[in-house]
Each structure stands twice: as structure tokens, then as C-alpha cells.
Write a protein that binds this ligand. Sequence first.
Ligand SMILES: [Zn+2]
Length: 364
Amino acid sequence: MSDDVAATEPPDQSGSDATAEPFTYNGGRVDPGESANIRYGISETYLGDPVRIPVTVINGELPGPTVFLSAAAHGDELNGIEVVREVAHDWDHSVLHGTLVCLPVMNVPGFLAQERYLPIYDRDLNRSFPGREGSTSARRMAHRIFTNFIEPCDLGVDFHTSTRGRTNMLHVRANMERSDVGRLAKAFSSNVIIAGEGPSGTLRREATEAGIPAITVEMGEAHRFQRRLIDRALTGVASVLAEFGLHRESSVHWPGWRTIIDDDNEKTWLRADAGGIVDMKRGRGALVEKGEVICTITNPFKEEEDIVTVEAPFTGLIVGVLENPVVYPGNPLCHLVGLSDDTLTALERERTTESSRSELRRND
Ligand SMILES: [Zn+2]
């Protein structure tokens, strides 16, 4: 069929009246059945050179939702970069219903410097969305990303890791009061979902408020690739693409057990009450009993009388934990969340099942 015929009389391949649409952004378009690697200018350096972010748009031949996958809004949070790159470049999208907008590195200046924030003024790109023209450098960059590559989407997933010096078990953060966001969060099939709308200016909150349901995925630590977490996140992406009909040959994944942490759950950041060197006894994803020792804090001489012992104030799951083993008083040691009896039972049952795919049984 010639292009002319296709343009006037698009074939109905979906079994419905819908037809695949081109993806358009300022300066270009990607037609159905095509994909494009784009370097899109979002700012300029001191030398007047463009600051360009890599974007891959894969537009399926068949109609369906437009989904963004984004990473490195914080420049040193690398795990998500590999998730987005593998989906964009290693997966077979020959029967894609809809469009994928892949943004593996949003904060290019931070990525080049291997820093969380945009360098120089330490602006947080992930507090600058949806951005604004004529505003700060961070908001201008956020605006160019948001208007061109987020607003055309129907839903999206933004990948993060813990802040440098700490690590997170893989979990989703989502505004569970919205059913569309809840559907997306559950589709990602993590064991843990932390409910909440998120801080103002974050990509997931601002996208959600603009009518594009979005979630954050937290996974592991900054400055490295953690293969098992990346694989687990890829399972989540495949599950989302199945749930929303982009990849119809895939199926939605059930994580084995799931807990949604909301205001009813006990949860706390345990903080150090003494400065010193931390000996962490339990890791990311560990289940700890009330009264169990999580870590000790010692002085340089390891003097017995100065050892501070930190116990779990309730039975729960360690969602986030210190990696860099030094603290001032007040520094966070671990993020502990309480679980319902049902969840505890399911989790314990799963731990005795060899075939489990949960991240909990592994340490990376
Ligand atoms: Zn982050």
C-alpha cells in the first residue's frame, strides 16, 4: 500500500475504529511503525553549546496508549537508565500497540558531574516540574522535557534510586487515592507500594495532576548498576505494558505478596542518637522482629560502654537503609515499615517457597 493510500484510508488493524497516530514534539514527528533516537536540546552550556537529552520514541504500527519511561532526573541515580535503555533498544516492539517515549537521562548536567542535582546552583530537577518558560534554568529545562515528551503521554514511570550513601528495596511510590494511578502502581507488581501524592514539583506528582497517571519506582543505590534490581524492574515494565495493552503477548505479573503502605501503617525513619561508626546487622528488604537489633553505633575505640544499640521499635520491613556507615546524631539509619498480619503471613510463606521471584530473598 502506498503512503498516499495509507494517509487517506488507514487500515484498521486493531479491530476497533482507532488508528495509530504520529507522535509529535516541537521540531519533529515519529510516525506509526517508526522509531527515532533524538537528541533534544533543553538548555545551553556556558560555551553556548546545546545541552541535549537522549530520547527514544518507538511508535507502534497499532493504536494504543503513549507511555513514558524516564530516569536520572537525579543525575547519579543510574539503575533506571539501564532499565529504560533495555526496554528501548533490547526489547522486540514489532507488535507494539501504542507508543513508548524513553528518557534514560533527563538531568544531563547532573549525570555528567555524577551528582544528584543540577550543578552550580544545586537545583533539583525533580522539584522543578512542570517547569516554566522565562523562569530559572531548572524550570526551563523541566518545561522543555514536560511539554514535549510528558504531556503527549497517557501514563508513565519515573525511575529513581536512594540518595547517595543509602539503598532502597525496589518499591513504587504512587498516589493511591487516584484509581488510575493505583492501577498503574499495582501493574508494576512490586511487593511494596508507598502511598502518597509526592512532593510538589516531582515529575510523578505534576504529571498525575496534569492528567497523566505516573508513579515513581525506587530501586537500590546511586552510582551503580544492580543487575537483579534492574531485571526486577524490567519485569515490572513488561507487566505495565501488558496491563495497558501495549504488549498483548505479555501477561500481568503478580509479585506473590503486596503491601500498600499508607497513613495507617506504622512507619518510621530510625535516626542515630549518637555520632559514630555504624555496624548494620540487617539489610535492604529484611524483615525484623520488634526488639531485634538492627545496628550498633560505636566510637573509634570500640569502647564497650559507648556502644549504642538500635532495636526495631516494631516488627517490620526495612525498605531503605544506610550504606555509608558513618553518622552524626540525627542522621537516618533505616526506613522501617510495619506490615499487616496477612502480609506477614504471605511474606513468610513466600520465603519458604523456592520458586519465589521476590527481591527479598536476594541481596542485590
Ligand atoms: Zn531520585
